[in-house]
Ligand binder design. Structure first.
Ligand code: FPP
Length: 254
């Protein structure tokens, strides 16, 4: 995994994370059901992944279902799970054609069997693809995964003394090894559609230095122009990672 600092001055974000918001409002405006909004949102995914890959993006993370989304009406949850179970198998040939690898973040053990099976199959069928990674975040919560990493870290010691010593010396780099981040790059650009300006528990760890981009466009209506605007905005930003502007520009070597 390349470090965030290696990416200073790199103009194309390697990892773009997307909060696909606004499916419900889009559907309402069209006189359609919320589920139809999610369906159109899922279809939009295909295009966005292709546009991102063609622009040179290496990883696209998609917030498809958060740990908090279980609070939604049961019908909507069931609809989203069924959508996943039915759409994913149909996407596999396209993902192979586009050389896209599917990765999953989140606790999918809580998902219905059919959705889990569809995910496993798609992950397995695409595991050797290398052009772009599609990271589906399902039953995903940024706080929860940090808590799970801490639990794994604490459980990895034989004695209290060993654990206390390691805890006293714990660094972000060490904790990251318990997060299961071997294949995940730091998030460079985090896009949220649908007009809200929140991170909503998405990629809390990986987005530590992400550039944030908010757009009013609802997810089902997200266009190539919208993505281009986000990428252009990203390219115009100076990423400093805690340094000064002069240091980043090489004017000061202190
Ligand atoms: C937020 O819009 C969207 C979601 C909670 C779900 C996103 C899921 C998809 C796009 C489908 C994923 C499908 C597959 C096959 C991976 P919202 O419902 O909160 O919209 P609103 O704020 O307008 O109500």
């Amino acid at each position: 995994m390349s470090s965030s600092e290696d990416q200073i001055n790199q103009r194309v974000p390697q990892h773009v994370a997307i909060i696909m918001d606004g499916n419900g409002r889009w559907a309402k405006a069209q006189g359609l059901s919320r589920l139809e909004g999610h369906k159109q949102g899922a279809k939009r995914l295909r295009d966005v992944i292709r546009w991102a890959r063609d622009a040179g993006v290496k990883q696209v993370s998609l917030y498809a279902f958060s740990t908090e989304n279980w609070k939604r009406p049961k019908m909507e949850i069931a609809g989203l799970m069924t959508l996943m179970a039915t759409m994913l198998p149909l996407e596999i040939p396209k993902m192979i054609e586009e050389d896209a690898r599917l990765l999953v973040l989140g606790d999918i053990t809580k998902l219905p069997w059919l959705a889990r099976q569809a995910l496993k199959k798609a992950v397995n069928a695409t595991k050797d693809n290398t052009s772009v990674d599609v990271i589906l975040c399902l039953n995903y919560g940024g706080q929860q995964e940090i808590v799970e990493a801490v639990k794994r870290f604490c459980a990895s010691f034989q004695t209290e003394d060993e654990k206390n010593k390691a805890l006293a010396e714990l660094t972000p780099e060490v904790l990251q090894t318990y997060l299961g981040r071997e294949d995940i790059l730091p998030v460079d650009l985090l896009i949220r559609t649908g007009g809200e300006k929140r991170i909503s528990n998405f990629h809390l760890w990986d987005a530590a230095y992400a550039e944030l981009y908010f757009t009013d466009t609802n997810w089902p209506a997200y266009s190539e122009e919208d993505l281009k605007a986000a990428l252009a905005d990203y390219a115009s930003r100076e990423r400093r990672f805690g340094k000064t502007s002069e240091q980043v520009q090489g004017i000061s070597h202190e």
